[in-house]
Design a protein around this ligand. Structure first.
Ligand SMILES: Cc1ncc(COP(=O)(O)O)c(C=O)c1O
Length: 384
């Protein structure tokens, strides 16, 4: 049975991260600012994962390591159980990050100067990586509604005409949108019409809320799905981002053999502790994950209630992730990020996602901390 999230001891408290080199906590270390920006949570990883890391440490040898035999098998089993998607483990390749995987696909699947299409607002590397690889970003703004975000298929179709690659963020960071099967099929139709390869970043797919289903893009019965690349990782769900372990699912054997060499001496191997953690999370982490989802639904609702109380704020409820994407333009506050920081709240600035006037809040923390964050959010926009 899932404990009531308010009473779940796994999420009631968390370690102090001061002095651990935490990117999240060090950013405003000398100020009274609660950091709710970068997407890691403050919780300890599940005991099953910690135990597997301990076992690997006790082995005591940490030489150069490639994908161990259980890595692909455990991910394939996880995808089959949770998302009903049967993947041949031979298609799975370890990579030290989903961002690394995206960067490699830019180089492998789009010519220099070519356009990579993406739905905006979006996780900042989707906007910066193409340029770093000598490619271009073609932005297609999502349509904002009170209850959710939708794809402008006419604009999407136009943007795809001259492109080679679509980077899909599914579920979508920062809006928390879970694209439906019919959305995905419509995306696949456009991709097929214009000969695009879809790269689907599904790093958030295990944190879908409200009993909604995540449909992996590559699981569709569609020609565009059969050549799609999927990127995923256990890092968001089980809070393992610092262990640098992710996976690419590459159906094309030629692409698979070119994937690692494309790193060209710049991309390191995955480390042995990352592999140990990933395998344990995929094999044994589901009960903890379900308890986390119950907590995140509650946290999402707390944020929605707060936003409804603060004049000028708007936020379509997230269907996935532990993120809230808040439109502050109705408050008349010119710089919402600065206003939040002044009120003691370290949000992510919408400008980094291509959306000035928005902020993003990370609710992956104990409830009492989130409640204090909400008080500060209220203060930021009701002072004047
Ligand atoms: C959509 C998305 N992709 C990728 C990442 C980062 O992945 P990694 O740490 O494996 O590079 C994040 C982190 O927040 C994310 O939100």
């Amino acid at each position: 049975m899932i404990p009531h999230p308010a009473l779940d001891p796994a999420f009631a408290s968390c370690p102090d991260r001061t002095g651990t080199g935490s990117e999240k906590w060090d950013r405003w270390q000398d100020r009274d600012i609660i950091p709710v920006w970068v997407a890691d949570m403050d919780f300890r990883a599940p005991p099953e994962v910690l135990a597997a890391i301990h076992v690997r440490v006790d082995h005591g040898v940490f030489g150069y390591t490639h994908d161990p035999p259980g890595f692909a098998a455990s991910l394939a089993a996880h995808l089959a159980t949770l998302h009903g998607w049967q993947v041949d483990p031979a298609r799975i390749v370890g990579t030290p990050g989903v961002v690394t995987g995206l960067a490699l696909t830019a180089r492998l699947l789009a010519d220099p100067g070519a356009a990579i299409v993406t739905l905006t607002p979006v996780y900042p590397p989707f906007l910066t990586l193409p340029g770093l690889a000598g490619r271009r970003v073609e932005r297609v703004p999502l349509l904002q509604g009170e209850r959710g975000w939708a794809i402008d298929f006419a604009a999407f179709d136009r943007a795809c005409r001259d492109a080679k690659l679509l980077w899909l963020c599914h579920p979508h960071n920062p809006t928390g949108t879970v694209f439906s099967r019919s959305d995905l099929l419509a995306i696949a139709d456009v991709a097929e019409r214009h000969g695009l390869v879809v790269v689907s970043d599904e790093i958030w797919s295990d944190l879908v809320l409200d009993g909604l289903a995540h449909v992996p893009f590559a699981s569709l019965d569609h020609p565009a799905a059969r050549r799609a690349v999927t990127l995923t990782a256990p890092s968001k769900t089980w809070n393992l981002a610092g262990l640098s372990c992710a996976a690419a699912i590459l159906p094309d054997p030629a692409l698979r053999s070119r994937f690692r060499p494309a790193g060209g001496g710049l991309v390191p191997m995955v480390n042995p502790l990352g592999y140990a953690a990933a395998e344990a999370a995929w094999r044994h982490g589901d009960a903890w994950r379900r308890r986390l989802v119950a907590l995140l639904e509650r946290h999402r609702n707390l944020i929605q209630e707060a936003v409804a109380r603060i004049p000028g704020l708007a936020c379509a409820p997230a269907q996935a992730t532990y993120l809230a994407w808040i439109d502050c333009r109705g408050t008349g506050v010119a710089d919402p990020q600065s206003a939040c920081e002044a009120a003691g709240l370290g949000t992510s600035d919408g400008r980094d996602f291509g959306a000035p006037g928005f902020i993003r809040i990370n609710a992956g923390c104990p409830t009492d901390r989130l409640e204090e964050a909400i008080r500060r959010l209220t203060r930021a926009f009701t002072r004047a």
